[in-house]
Design a protein around this ligand. Structure first.
Ligand SMILES: O=C(O)CCC(=O)C(=O)O
Length: 284
């Protein structure tokens, strides 16, 4: 092919590509910004990006992941400050009736922080959603827990045994535990049935309770994500977990429970309306 013959098709291709390029690049720009632009409040000071390189998978059965420095120190302090004066004895759900009750199984104190209650909470909730690939609307309100010396949460499952608690949002599919403080000794989150429990190296720093399973030592800012359901939506009994008693110091934790469907009452009633009307919900 002569230079002229090969140059013309090359030139045509180049012009098509360059016509297309501004469109493509603005598309990419939009996509990129929608991935990393998380609502973190309007203060740049608080900006804390989502960084998947800080995540490691710690167990395959159950599926569990640890994200180092998921929260900033400021975010941890903020949640503790909001919760501090409003703590009440933690409750558990009765397996048969689903009603909340006090129990010796769970001896911490806690409170719920309303969803999207402030900028910091909005930032945390959206970061959780980006990490878990689960919509913000599927999450319950953040629960802040406080464990003092000797307080614990015996091993339990986060999915419900009763039907009442599944009416809104269905089963809990995943849990994100965020450590808001360090604990000098004890207070580890433990998975007594993880496949990794035998291979985890234990040291004198671990409590006796921590040696009975795969243990995660609380570290301020770290977050632990685990799934209570298998990818095919059946329950995973290996997701059994608990909190070892605190031996020295105190433990602050924030828990986000996430359901398979929306946990926001407004959305639920909109889809109910849709079913009743046999069509799409009316947007008012
Ligand atoms: O405190 C922990 O480490 C575990 C808390 C827990 O199991 C829960 O909130 O469901």
């Amino acid at each position: 092919m002569s230079f002229r013959n090969s140059f013309i098709p090359f030139f045509i291709c180049l012009s098509i590509l360059s016509l297309d390029f501004p469109l493509q690049s603005s598309g990419f720009r939009e996509m990129r910004s929608s991935l990393i632009r998380l609502p973190n409040g309007n203060s740049h000071h608080h900006h804390h990006p989502f960084d998947p390189s800080r995540v490691t998978q710690i167990s395959r059965h159950p599926r569990a992941y640890l994200y180092r420095n998921f929260l900033t120190d400021e975010e941890c302090d903020h949640l503790i400050k909001v919760a501090k004066d409003k703590l009440q004895k933690s409750m558990v759900a009765d397996n048969r009736t689903g009603k909340s009750k006090e129990s010796t199984v769970r001896t911490s104190k806690g409170m719920f922080i309303r969803k999207a209650q402030d900028e910091v909470v909005v930032g945390i909730e959206s970061r959780i959603s980006v990490w878990t690939f689960l919509p913000v609307e599927n999450g319950e309100a953040l629960q802040v827990l406080h464990y003092e010396n000797g307080q614990k949460y015996l091993p339990h499952w986060d999915y419900f045994q009763d039907k009442t608690n599944q009416a809104l949002g269905g089963h809990r599919i995943a849990t994100v535990l965020m450590y808001l403080s360090n604990v000098e000794k004890g207070g580890e989150t433990i998975f007594p049935q993880s496949e990794m429990k035998e291979s985890q190296l234990k040291t004198d720093e671990d409590s006796k309770c921590a040696k009975k399973g795969y243990a995660v030592k609380p570290k301020q800012g770290d977050a632990l994500l685990f799934f209570s359901l298998h990818p095919n939506a059946t329950i995973d009994p290996l997701s059994l977990h608990g909190s070892c008693p605190v031996i020295e110091g105190e433990k602050w934790l924030a828990t986000k429970w996430i359901h398979v469907r929306s946990f926001d009452r407004k959305r639920v009633s909109a889809s109910k309306k849709e079913r009743l009307q046999g069509g799409k919900p009316q947007l008012s």
